[in-house]
Design a protein around this ligand. Structure first.
Ligand code: ATR
Length: 270
């Protein structure tokens, strides 16, 4: 029987994951089926159980189910435990469910692909929601000189920084207390979704700095547009999407797809 995988979300119709995994499977000659499933918001565990009963071997999990997925797992990777969220479910041979989160490694690998050095860099992360919690550990493990988290609600940034303080030099504050310049600024607020910008100082970027928006769109986001006007190089989150998918694929299939051509095709389709 063909191994079945899916992405669970609500809504999930817009998801690019089926196209990405189909492209990976074509590269590696893996005969898999990968679909998008809209799970009911009040019974994620039931949706996973049903999927497994129908031959499901693994799944990606997106909004709003990453915490539900975290709670149903029998075993968790250390990075998923720290993130408090799971974006990759893996059915073990013993019937137990293993949970991992590949968002952080996806971000770090995408930065690497763009030649952005994290080691020794002064890094600023904007936002303190679930998206940030998921990527802090891999970012800190890449040895930045410093990592500052700034958020509209300062207390959330301070609490997040405290949670990962054992991993490296990290701090948190509100936007008003940002002290640049930075070599890398990562926007993980949902402000750009609404076409908004957090209030940011003009001297945010060091020479040669990179602005990274976890969001992506056919056109540069408001944040990347603002950053370009201040001399920073802009990178959007489409590569992170493909890289996190590649890491999930590796967890399931033991093979690493070539992300470059898949990303190029996806970019053309935006
Ligand atoms: P996600 O899973 O995408 O991280 P989230 O957990 O809802 O979503 O977090 C949204 C983030 O965007 C938060 O950091 C939020 O700031 P608050 O913690 O102060 O709510 C931030 N955010 C949302 N809208 C914003 C806006 N208009 N300006 C600045 N920050 C915004």
């Amino acid at each position: 029987m063909t191994d079945r995988y899916c992405v669970f979300g609500h809504p999930v119709g817009h998801s690019k994951s089926p196209a990405i995994h189909a492209a990976f499977a074509e590269q590696t000659f893996d005969a898999i089926e990968y679909t998008a499933i809209e799970a009911p918001v009040d019974d994620f565990a039931g949706a996973w159980r049903d999927f497994v009963a129908q031959g499901g071997r693994g799944a990606n999990v997106t909004v709003p189910f990453k915490e539900d997925a975290f709670r149903l797992c029998d075993t968790l990777s250390p990075r998923a435990r720290r993130a408090g969220a799971v974006n990759t479910l893996i059915l073990g041979g013993n019937g137990l469910t293993y949970g991992d989160t590949t968002d952080g490694v996806g971000l770090v690998n995408d930065l690497k692909r763009h030649g952005v050095a994290l080691a020794g860099a002064r890094v600023l992360v904007l936002g303190a929601g679930g998206a940030v919690r998921g990527v802090l550990a891999p970012l800190l493990q890449a040895s930045p000189a410093s990592l500052h988290i700034a958020n509209r609600t300062a207390d959330k940034a301070i609490a997040l920084a405290r949670d990962v303080a054992d991993l490296g030099p990290v701090s948190g504050s509100g936007f008003e207390a940002i002290e640049g310049p930075f070599d890398l600024v990562i926007n993980a607020t949902s402000a750009s979704l609404a076409g908004d910008l957090p209030p940011l100082p003009d001297d945010l970027f060091a020479p040669g700095a990179t602005a990274y928006d976890m969001m992506y769109a056919a056109e540069p986001t408001v944040f990347l547009h603002w950053a370009a006007e201040r001399g920073a190089r802009g990178v959007d989150g489409l590569g992170m999407l493909v890289e996190q998918a590649a890491e999930s694929f590796f967890q399931w299939r033991g093979k690493r797809p070539d992300t470059g051509p898949v990303l190029e095709a996806l970019r053309r389709s935006l």
